[in-house]
Design a protein around this ligand. Sequence first.
Ligand code: MSP
Length: 514
Amino acid sequence: MTYTLTTPLYYVNDRPHLGSTYTTIACDALARYQRLNNGSVVFVTGVDEHGQKIQRTAEQKQISPQEHCDSISSTYRDLWKSWGISDDRFVRTTDPRHLQLVQQFYERVKASGDIVSGRQTGWYCVGCEEYKDDPADAESPTCSIHQKPLEWRDEENLFFRLSRYQAEIEALVAQDDFIAPASRRQEVRNFVAQGLRDFSISRVNVSWGLPVPDHPGHTFYVWFDALLGYLTALLDDGGSTDLDRLDQCGWPASVHVIGKDILRFHAVFWPAMLLSAGLPLPKKVFGHGFLTREGQKMGKSLGNVLDPEILLERCGTDAVRWYLLRDIQFGDDGDFQQQRFIDLVNNDLANTIGNLLNRTSSMARKWFDDAVPSAGAAASPDFPLAQRASQATTTVSDAMETLSFKTASEAILQLAIAANGHLNDTAPWSRMKQPGEEAAVAEDLYAVLEATRLVGLLLAPLLPDLSARILEQLGQPPAGPDWRDRLVWGGLTSGSELPKPSPVMQRLELDEPL
Ligand code: MSP
C-alpha cells in the first residue's frame, strides 16, 4: 500500500517563511519514517499560484504574474532542496497539466448537477482568498488573521452545491479518525452543524486564474483550483491526467497535513468536491498549530519574520529540525524562542548525544584496539540498556504513526540519557585501572555504543543528516530499507573497526539575534 502525504500548496505571493518550512519539515519526517517503515511513499508538496492575491503582488512589482510565479516557485523548490526535503512531487498550479485536470474535474462535478449560477455578496479577505462570515466590526470589517480591511463583493458567480452534501460531510467529520488532532474536530463539527452553504467557484474580476470552460470571463476560484493540485501531483508520473487512473497513483491520500487556518477547506469543501466527482476521500486531515516568535505573531509589519534561508545558513538543518520537532507538540501552537533553541540544541544534540558517542568511542578505541569491544552479557536483550532501547523503539514507532514528533524525539533523547547514565554509573575510566575488570568494561562500552547506534537509527526520519553522521562514526551505513531489521539490539559486531571520532554536532553559538 502506498502511503501518500501532502503539505499545503503554498501561495507564491511571497518568499517562503518559517511557517511553511515548519509544515514541510514535519511532513518530511513523516515521509522518511513511512519510507523506512513501509517502502512505498508519495510525498507531495508544491505551490498555489493563482488568485487575486498573487495577481496584485505581481502588479505591485510591475511584472507579469507568470514571471512572479516562476521566480517564487523556484525559490520554494530550491529552499526545499537545501533543507533536504525528500518530496517526490512538487506541483505548480500553473502547469498546463493542471488546467486539463481542473477542467476534467469540473465536467464531472457539473455532470453530477452540482454547478449552479448565483449571486455572491459578502466580505472578502484577499489574504485568505476567502469570504468571511459576519465580521465582528460591521463599520470597518477587518480580517482577524491578516489584520487588513475586508473588501465588499457582489457578483454573479458559479456555485458548487455544497449544501447537498450536508449529511455525508456530517457523517465524515463525526468519525474520530478523519480529523486530527482531536482538539481540532469540534470546531469543524460546529461549522458543519450550522448548515453548509453553497460556495462560489468562479470569479469574474480575477484574470489570473484558470478559465472556466463554458463561461467566458470566469476564472476558477483559487481554492477550487488549488485543492485539485494534489491530484495533478499524483497523476504526474509520466502518464495522462485521466482521473480514472488515480487509484493506481497513490490516491486517496493517507494524510493531508495542513495548518489550522485551512482546516475547513480540507475537511469540508474538499471531501464534498470529491464526492461530487465520484472520487475516494482522503483518509485523514491533520491540522497543526501556528508558530509565533518570542510570543508575537510573525509578520512583515512587526519586522520579526524568521527567514528560513538565514536560519539554515547560520544554524544548519539538524538544529532547526530538532527544535521544531522536539519542542512543539505537533498540533498545538508553538513559540520560537532563540535562547531555548540554542539550549536544546546544545544540551540534547551536542552534549547528550554527541558527547556520548565521542567519549564512548574514544574509550573503546583506546582500550580495545580501535574496535567495538566484546559484547559478553551486553549481547542479551535482557541487558538493562537493551530493554530501554526496545522501549524507545516501540515509542518512536507508535508516535511517528500519529505524527507525535515530540514524543518520538523525547523517547530517543531518553535512550541517550539512559546510556549516559549507564556510563556514569559503571565508570569504565576508573574500573579500567582495576585488574580483572576488562571484560566488564568491554560489556558496558559495547552496550553504550549499541544504544548510540540505535539512537542514530531512530533519529533517521527526524534528523537524517545527524543520523548518518552518528552511524558513520560507528562504522555503519546510513539508515535504509532494512531500517526495521537494524533496530534490533545487538547489531554492532564486536571486533569491527571504530572510525576515529570527530564531533557529530557543532554547538550553536549565536552572538547576534537571528
Ligand atoms: N495556498 C493555500 C493552501 C492550498 S492547499 C491546496 C495556503 N497557502 S499558504 O501559503 O498561506 O500556506 C498556509 C500554510 O502555511 C498553513 O496551513 C501552514 O501549514 C503554514 N503556515 C503559514 N504560517 C504559519 C505559521 N505562522 N505557523 C505555522 N504554520 C503556518 O493557505
